[in-house]
Design a protein around this ligand. Structure first.
Ligand code: BGC
Length: 740
């Protein structure tokens, strides 16, 4: 049917009312009734997700009528999706609706900061609101499934997908995971403005060796369960509807066919009731991994392990029928998978709701205000010599320099399918709005982050000379982070360091704003500037957020969700490491690069660089300053099963109202499995007026002190515990208690 005709014949499905969400029992009854009528081909069609629908062709129309696909990803225009849905519901034998999935990763039309930047807000409610906005925008365009949140703990900034991750810490990531699931799924899947969320990539994708994407991960079970699995568990507890497996092998077995992960942990231990989808062509890739002998073998391994929908590749549809007939795959396995798919479609209301007429969306003043707020909270102030920021009234004119000052696509960051450059306000645009064109002297110096030409340097230097200060917008283009964008060097690419050197010669004060998809290494550059503000890739409204921060209309409050190394050779470096038997001594820190080891120093360190990070996890400055005092424990010792309250007074000593993320860490001093030197257990974002003091209290029960012992049992062992209330993972005020 031609696309204009379907609109005429299809009107009856439009525009009418919603039915109340069916109960779970009613859904089960309808799923079973439908399943009983399905052929094996139709079942395998449901288990297949296609990426082929760039535009809706006649061939695809026919495939939809034939029940060939259960789902499309990243497909078509809103009008194509509406027509395809109409065909599925009215012209296919059983009228089973399609499920349209898409990578709505950090916003749909309104682009929020990359997920790593969102994590730097330490503000679960705020990022829940961002996810809610993304869901509202995407669902209006007939998308009801997002492949987010990405929950891969990442401790290796070489890995480009660290941009999509919630950072290095399982506790912070778990809090964010739950918030994102709530945001995407809203008040429930039956709300037409909700998206089914997808916790991905299950699991340990962030642990790929050498930070190289898709590489193998070797992770001991304790680490798997303590570090990589908790965010997924949190997403499931928050009701996430679906889960995606990862591309990599975990301890030699592809995650896509690992029944220990997909059956034992996910279904048996966690009772996950939702749908499991493979990643893009991950099923046949198991042949290349050296795990499956051919495509049919890969399909059998994947489905028997628990993959229920195959993304893009077609091994299920091509090979499962004879495998079912021969008994190598059971009918029950197929039926269970199809049940999960149909159940989700019923839960989303796709069988019952009228097909929305094709609509498109654009950012609204509200969504843009929210994006600006998230960008503001995600920026982390790393250096601020002599309180140079915010820029004073006396700074009348600024030179705006650097390849990221006016680069909408780069500012949006990785995984942006639907954001539009025209909606983006860059720092250049925002500074011109704020100060007027006369006060902004723009000379980028470099055309993009990898540019090595010095041709633009002279103009940049002249601009700096003419201005009262220069702000350098440095970092990485969006294409340098994200999937398959691993880097072996983490320095500022191209001639950016040379550009800073050039400007430093002017003697004008310099400020660096870094936009990047990962922690970069920029030790020398930082020594040449007064201040460093790390903005990640801040999204549509990054410009106004940064301009307001620079000029003190907003106060930085972001805190690093991941450790920043001094150099690539320190990786992996993360705060929650174990102690060695020979920790580096404080007086051994700071050995300048190039000096030989002292003969006495048989400790765990480097001879050419300090062992500490450049900036620790949890770190971030403010324009105010906060003091932490009066740590109090409600008890010095508690019994097993008991709890105590840890509190401290936090005072804003500065002259501005400002927010601070107060962090609670513990250390189990002696345990049958050695425990990290510090472990985040809670945090709270508070806002204090100048001079104001707030007492921040956290409760700690003995279950919060538990860890996995060698028998994989979660235990709290009696003994000494250290506890900190802290502004970051390396400082704070410390107390001690015992568990008896
Ligand atoms: C990525 C997934 C993504 C999928 C669909 C894959 O390459 O690993 O995260 O959801 O593509 O676009």
């Amino acid at each position: 049917m031609a696309s204009s005709a379907w609109l005429l014949t299809g009107v009856f499905l439009f525009g009418c009312c919603l039915r109340a969400a069916p109960s779970s029992a009613e859904i089960d009854r309808r799923v079973d009734a439908l399943l009983a009528r399905m052929t094996l081909d139709e079942k395998l069609g449901q288990m297949s997700q296609s990426t082929s629908m760039n535009t809706l062709t006649d061939a695809i129309r026919q495939q939809i009528r034939d029940g060939r696909w259960g789902s499309f990803l990243n497909a078509g225009s809103p009008a194509d999706r509406a027509e395809a849905q109409h065909i599925a519901r009215t012209e296919s034998r059983l009228g089973i609706p399609l499920l349209f999935g898409r990578d709505v990763i950090h916003g749909y039309r309104t682009i929020f900061p990359i997920p790593l930047g969102q994590a730097a807000t330490w503000d679960p409610e705020l990022i829940e609101a961002a996810a809610r906005t993304a869901a509202q925008e995407a669902s209006r365009e007939a998308i009801r499934w997002t492949f987010a949140p990405m929950l891969d703990i990442a401790r290796d900034p070489r890995w480009g997908r660290i941009a999509e991750s919630p950072g290095e810490d399982p506790y912070l990531a778990s809090r964010l995971a739950a918030a994102l699931v709530r945001g995407f799924q809203g008040s429930g899947l039956s709300d037409p403005a909700s998206l089914a969320a997808c916790a991905k990539h299950f699991v340990a994708y962030g642990a790929v060796e050498a930070g190289r994407d898709y590489n193998s991960a070797w992770v001991p079970e304790i680490e798997l369960r303590e570090v990589y699995l908790p965010p997924f568990r949190a997403a499931i507890d928050a009701g996430v509807a679906t889960l995606m497996t990862s591309f990599n092998t975990v301890n030699g077995v592809p995650a896509t066919a690992d029944s220990f992960l997909l059956q034992h942990i996910l279904r048996d231990q966690w009772k996950f009731p939702g749908l499991v989808v493979s990643d893009y062509e991950a099923v046949p890739e198991m042949v290349t991994h050296g795990f499956a002998s051919d495509a049919a073998d890969a399909a059998r391994e994947a489905v028997n392990a628990g993959i229920e929908m195959e993304m893009v590749s077609t091994t299920f549809y091509d090979h499962l029928k004879p495998l079912v007939e021969s008994g190598a795959v059971s009918t029950k396995t197929i039926d269970d998978a199809v049940r999960h798919i149909l159940r989700l479609k019923f839960q989303l209301g796709l069988f019952d709701q009228t097909i929305p007429a094709p609509q498109t969306t654009s950012p609204t003043p509200e969504s843009l205000a929210l994006a600006e707020r998230v960008a503001t909270e995600s920026a982390v102030l790393l250096k601020n010599e002599d309180g140079f920021l915010p820029l004073a009234e006396s700074i009348h004119s600024v030179a705006v320099v650097g390849p990221l000052a006016d680069s909408p696509v780069d500012q949006m960051g990785t995984w942006v399918m639907d954001g539009r450059s025209a909606d983006v306000v860059t720092p250049l645009g925002a500074l011109r709005n704020l100060l007027g064109n006369q006060r902004v002297l723009y000379a980028p110096g470099l055309t993009n982050s990898r540019d090595t030409s010095h041709e633009g340097f002279a103009a940049a230097r002249t601009a700096a000379q003419q201005a009262d200060a220069a702000v350098l917008f440095l970092g990485e283009e969006e294409i340098l982070s994200g999937e398959a964008r691993s880097r072996a060097y983490l320095n500022l690419p191209g001639a950016q360091d040379a550009l800073v050197d050039e400007l430093a010669q002017t003697g004008k004060p310099l400020v660096a704003v870094i936009m990047a998809g990962r922690p970069l290494t920029f030790h020398d550059m930082a020594s040449k500037v007064k201040a460093v503000l790390y903005a990640f890739h801040p999204g549509t409204m990054g410009g106004p957020a940064i301009a307001n921060l620079l000029f003190g209309r907003a106060v930085p409050s972001g805190k690093l969700p991941v450790t920043f190394p001094r150099t690539v050779g320190q990786i992996p470096i993360y705060y929650a490491h174990l102690n060695t038997g020979r920790p580096a001594l404080p007086e051994e820190l700071g050995i300048p690069a190039g000096t030989p080891a002292r003969p006495t120093g048989y400790t765990s360190k480097y001879i050419d660089v300090d062992v500490t990070p450049e900036y620790p996890f949890g770190y971030g400055l403010s324009y105010s300053s906060f003091t932490y005092s009066g740590l109090r424990l409600s008890a010095n010792s508690i019994r097993m099963g008991g709890e105590l309250t840890v509190s401290a007074a936090v005072t804003n000593r500065g002259s501005r109202e400002a927010a601070e993320v107060v962090q609670l860490y513990i250390h189990d001093v002696t345990a049958s499995v050695a425990q990290p030197v510090r472990l985040l257990k809670n945090f709270r974002r508070i806002t204090l007026k100048p001079g104001e003091t707030q007492t921040v209290s956290f409760r700690l029960g003995t279950p919060d002190l538990a860890f996995l012992n060698q028998e994989m049992k979660r235990v709290t062992e009696p003994g000494r515990f250290e506890v900190w209330i802290a502004p970051d993972s390396q400082s704070g005020i410390k107390g001690e208690f015992t568990v008896k």
